[in-house]
Write a new protein. Structure first.
Length: 532
């Protein structure tokens, strides 16, 4: 019988228990490579301090608060303080600006923003369009801040005179831990309501021998993604340290593992590819690192394991569904599979690969990966204020991922391609719809289509097909890219650009035939390559 996740395993409650277990013994919860540390007791007390400060400015259960903070301690504390009140954090990608940031603030309905000083200037050009915003908190404020038509609080003013809350209700598996926006395909990005029960499953897929108590997990995943949030959850679950660096550095990776006695690291495929591209050294395997959890796997996985002297595990998950597939511990059947269906009693996953009518397909047939669960709150609670999109995704009682999969006779599952127009670039999901919407705002562009093309280091690169506006017949790809760089997040900028006379379209509905564009050569004789 499938049972509900025990509330004691919900992250805020787990952190509070770790604080009790360790008392004043100095055990670290968080450790930054630049020096700062935070014990479990300090993390618990600081979280309660922020919760009380949020409550002091009127934040209550169900309210949405947008955060934009660099990958560090404050990103976790700002999130946990809100979650402890059953308020809903809306973490914004740190690269968002302009239209993307404006959309996220307005769509989420946030009246309070928590932004690092390095990002707060981005509000200036869009402030007039943010009708619901009342307060901006700048926790790391130093010196002069921009003039904004909102109340602006420094971190000191926000927390001054506030005592840590002592009356917080325990968090429950059904509470929404965060609302994480994920790429749209036929429309703008959607806010995914992620319950604690679902986030826990990014921890539940880890093998029992993943970490020893007191060990260290090194993760460079941003806290505005579920991967970054689950990194702290993994550390708390295994009573280990989370070692942080703001962004991944292949040059510093091995030395960080040595300096901070790291035994487990989390990597996405491109990170592993970048490490393999580094000049091989005789001491590459001379580190405490013994295990790496990686998704997707790089093709040279055997070389990676040999060179760095590690075991590797893998799995498959997404913001909406937790993590239903996992390898057999550290035993990989091959370099392509992302695992088998988890069979632990909780979370009760059931998956299928189906055709366009949701009919199950047999082994080695490619179809859409769909999922449901017998355990409550292990999948998303829907899309924020988008009931029609929620209904479409959940049709016939199964959540439709939009990912193309196949499985073999041994039950190993293989990701094949995206059945929707999303692009996966260097660990980020990119909406082709949103890329196109931003590009067509350029005065010299009449129409545009963005598609994924294979990247050398796994995942995708973005290719843009552009129809010039008649008023700008001499627009160049370099000029277009330079102009886009002023308003488009870096990870959404195309690598390749081709100018064409017209986009191929369907008759009657006039939709762009993305399949035709994907079938064209990724790099033709006239293709502009931003990295060339």
């Amino acid at each position: 019988m499938t049972t509900l996740l025990d509330s004691g395993r919900v992250l805020p409650n787990l952190i509070a228990q770790r604080a009790v277990d360790h008392g004043d013994d100095g055990a670290f919860a968080l450790q930054h490579v630049d020096g700062p540390t935070l014990t479990w007791s300090e993390l618990d007390e600081t979280t309660r301090h922020w919760a009380a400060a949020y409550r002091n400015i009127g934040i209550a259960s169900g309210d949405t608060v947008l955060t934009m903070l660099p990958n560090g301690f404050q990103a976790y504390i700002a999130w946990l303080g809100l979650a402890s009140l059953q308020a809903i954090e809306v973490p914004a990608n740190n690269m968002y600006m302009g239209d993307m940031l404006e959309y996220l603030v307005n769509d989420s309905g946030a009246s309070v923003l928590v932004m690092s000083q390095r990002f707060v200037e981005r509000l200036t050009p869009i402030a007039g369009q943010l009708s619901r915003v009342k307060t901006v908190i700048v926790p790391d404020a130093e010196g002069e801040l921009p003039q904004l038509p909102f109340e602006v609080l420094t971190g000191a003013a926000f927390l001054d005179g506030i005592d840590p809350a002592t009356d917080l209700a325990p968090s429950q598996p059904w509470d929404i831990c965060s609302m994480v926006y994920t790429s749209g395909t036929t429309g703008p990005s959607k806010g995914v309501l992620v319950p604690w029960g679902e986030l826990h499953e990014f921890v539940g897929l880890m093998p029992a021998d993943t970490l020893e108590p007191g060990g260290a997990y090194y993760a460079m995943f941003p806290a505005f993604h579920v991967s970054g949030k689950s990194a702290l959850y993994v550390s708390a679950a295994f009573d280990a340290r989370l070692v942080l660096r703001e962004s991944f550095s292949p040059q510093q990776f091995l030395q960080d593992c040595r300096d901070f006695d790291v035994t487990l690291a989390g990597l996405v495929g491109p990170m592993a590819a970048w490490l393999l591209a580094m000049p091989e050294q005789p001491d590459d395997a001379d580190t405490p690192l013994s295990k790496v959890f990686m998704g997707p796997l790089v093709a040279q996985i055997d070389e990676f394991k040999r060179r760095y002297g590690v075991q590797v595990g893998t799995g498959y998950g997404m913001t909406e569904i937790g993590a239903p597939l996992v390898s057999n511990g550290w035993d990989l059947p091959n370099a392509q599979s992302c695992g088998r269906v988890r069979t632990d009693a909780y979370p009760g996953y059931e998956v299928r690969v189906v055709d366009e009518f949701d009919q199950p397909l047999g082994p080695n047939q490619v179809g859409e990966f769909i999922i449901r669960s017998s355990a409550p709150w292990t999948l998303n609670a829907g899309y924020w204020n988008k009931p029609e999109a929620t209904a479409r995704a959940w049709r016939n009682g199964w959540f439709h991922t939009g990912d193309g999969f196949k499985y073999d006779e041994d039950g190993n599952y293989y990701f094949v391609d995206r059945m929707k127009d999303a692009i996966r670039r260097r660990g980020e999901n990119v909406s082709s719809f949103e890329v196109e919407a931003l590009v067509t705002k350029h005065a010299g562009v009449q129409a545009a289509a963005a598609v994924a093309v294979p990247a050398i280091d796994t995942e995708d690169e973005i290719k843009l097909y552009v129809v010039r506006d008649g008023s700008a017949p001499d627009l160049t790809a370099a000029q277009l890219l330079a102009d886009l760089g002023e308003t488009v997040p870096k990870f959404m900028l195309p690598r390749y650009i081709d100018f064409i006379e017209a986009l191929p379209q369907t008759e009657g509905t006039f939709r762009t035939k993305k399949a035709e564009l994907r079938n064209l050569a990724a790099v033709g004789p006239d293709t502009f390559d931003a990295m060339a």
